[in-house]
Design a protein. Structure first.
Ligand code: B16
Ligand code: MG
Length: 216
């Protein structure tokens, strides 16, 4: 089989921290009187904290100074980190759990490629930090998705040709990033609308039949 490793996005693939991000940004937008709905939130998937804020501020009635932006991003992160106290091992997406178990049984390598600077905290809370061969997060990269850096670095740290790594993503920005890195991609949720995807499914568990098929 051509696929030697699977690189998982975290937020929206391994667990539903996307909902906690949404509620934290909604609190910031409401306090600033800026319109912000779930459809606006789709554009924040996979992109950095500061870039997310800039997207939200597109609908603001005024401009914000760099200091104001920094303060709002920090405030959002405090609300978000508070929200993370609600997650535990039961918060792991069942499809992702199925995929991780399958990969362990087959000896296929597993990695995380996330834009989040809170990745380690989240993996600790989920109790799965030790399950991954490689973890690349928002602290390791200079350019967030859709830039290829995160998946390029993950494939390099796995020591594999990029084309032998399958990226599982819920964000259009994440599929663009995987494509730019020369990795194969598996799109779920919002990412399915991205024409650059290689494969798609309902959740991360659907990589199991794909790998079975490709392995035949
Ligand atoms: P943080 P992923 C991304 O995680 C989220 O999808 C995105 O909404 C968030 O802005 C970004 O992490 C940064 O997160 O504020 O915790 O550093 O999808 O790449 O796992
Ligand atoms: Mg995501």
């Amino acid at each position: 089989m051509g696929i030697k490793a699977v690189i998982f996005d975290l937020d929206g693939v391994i667990c539903s921290t996307d909902e906690i991000h949404y509620r934290a940004w909604k609190a910031i937008a409401d306090a600033e009187g800026i319109p912000f709905e779930r459809e606006d939130n789709e554009r924040l998937r996979g992109v950095s904290r500061l870039r997310s804020l800039e997207i939200i501020l597109e609908k603001a009635g005024r401009t914000y100074s760099p200091e104001e932006k920094e303060a709002l991003a920090e405030k959002k992160n405090r609300i978000y980190v508070d929200g993370l106290s609600a997650i535990d091992p039961s918060s792991i997406d069942p499809g992702a759990r199925k995929a991780l178990d399958y990969l362990r049984e087959r000896g296929i390598k597993k990695a995380i490629g996330s834009s989040s600077k809170n990745t380690m905290r989240i993996l600790e809370r989920l109790g799965i930090r030790g399950e991954f061969d490689v973890i690349v997060d928002g602290n390791d990269i200079r350019r967030s998705k859709p830039d290829p850096e995160v998946f390029s670095l993950a494939a390099d740290r796995l020591g594999l040709p990029h084309g032998e790594c399958l990226v599982v993503e819920d964000a259009v920005a994440g599929i663009e990033s995987a494509h730019g890195a020369g990795c194969l991609s598996f799109a779920i949720k919002d990412a399915r609308k991205c024409p650059l995807k290689d494969y798609e499914g309902e959740d991360a568990g659907d990589i199991v039949p794909l790998l079975e098929r490709l392995g035949r």
